[in-house]
Design a binder for this molecule. Sequence first.
Ligand code: 5AD
Ligand code: SF4
Length: 448
Amino acid sequence: MNENKKIPLKVFIKTFGCQMNEHDSERMYGILSDHGYTFTHQEKEADLILINSCSIRQKAEQKAFSILGRYRALKAKNPRLHIGFCGCIAQREARSILCRAPFVDLIFGTKNIHRLPQLIEKMGKTHKPIIEVIDDDSGRFEQFLGKIRRENHIKAWATIMQGCDNYCTYCVVPYVRGREWSRSAGDIIAEIKTLALQGYKEVTLLGHNVNSYGKGQDCTFPELIQRIQPIPGIERIRFTTSHPKDLSEELIVTIKDCSKVCEHIHLPFQSGSDKILKRMRRHYSHNDYLKKVDFLRKIIPDIAITSDVIVGFPGEREEDFQQTLQLIETIQFEGLFTFLYSIRPQTTAGNFSEQVPNNIKQERFNILLQIQNQISSARNALLVNTKQEILAEEILREDKRTSSIEKLRGRTRSNKIVEFEGSSDLIGNLFEIEIRKANRFNLEGIIL
Ligand code: 5AD
Ligand code: SF4
């Protein structure tokens, strides 16, 4: 062993991307703290910096590489610093990361997180970079039970499935997260029972397509929800993300019947044009989507619906874009995440002809955003003077002189952020609030 290269002690993790990635970082914190590592919020203090990367769009990749450049400068000043690169980019192109950034000490894939302590140890013993990208499902979740280090003590994520078999033509997820894989219901229930005993009030069931949970297991997604519903202590159940084609009537009825399941669904529609939906390989049409939403609203009238949309997918003409606008006008989403189409390696759409020029993409993006902003404000305004159940989640501002709390933040069951005045002992409690003011992205209210 090279004595100059000691195993790093203080770790800083920089996370990009979705909730799945953030939860993976919680797993890394957990498994490292179990092995005696400590953590810092200051990059400059760290002995090991891990970049947990996202590759969903080119911009996300650029962010990871630009921060890598910054860390290279830190390493030049502090030769003891080690840099690790993981997450979705690492899964796809471990070797090319090394060509681009030979100063990186460790690269590992999305299915190798459970091996992190051993990999770091190995890294401390050699001058050569360590690469481990192995398609290994065995250690994915159960080795982390009881070890995940969650920042939030009220709401927790619980992974129920991972990966995706849909191969939407724009999407990199199947290439970076692999085939669909569901955890056993027993393990999920055990994890959520432990969370409840630890005082967590809300659980969000996570997966790339939670609706199709159950492959290889003798439990469907609606059945899983029905089994989570009676767990004492858990007051709210959420789930994300859902694919419209897998949103069954049985699931909708289950959401209605299980009182703890919050009235909110994130249901990405991606485009309002049938031609584009077909090219995206989404397996539903504009009208199918409207019908699903009609049924959802018939069974659960106050359900909040949010969505994702991509503008500028190859072949998107003005008339296709107009159909997307028509869909958002018809549905009136509570919120919408709008993305410019970005070519992804390995995906089918990357080779499609008729790529849309950037200026047109941007123009459509701006139009869509403006319309949706008006819709979001109008939807929020509907809540003024209504009473809403709130779970108080965090302190926003504290009065330092009196140490009494001035402002708190919580969420409605429909997942809207509400700010209100109250004291810190309310954190983690559910109570009613009257909404007094609506802004575009949040609400303000008073405790009743
Ligand atoms: N370009 C732009 N947006 C994308 N998304 C996924 N792949 C791409 C891509 N290549 C969006 C989809 C998805 C969300 C997580 O990211 O809208 O629902
Ligand atoms: Fe990004 Fe998709 Fe990976 Fe999440 S799963 S980090 S969105 S590429």
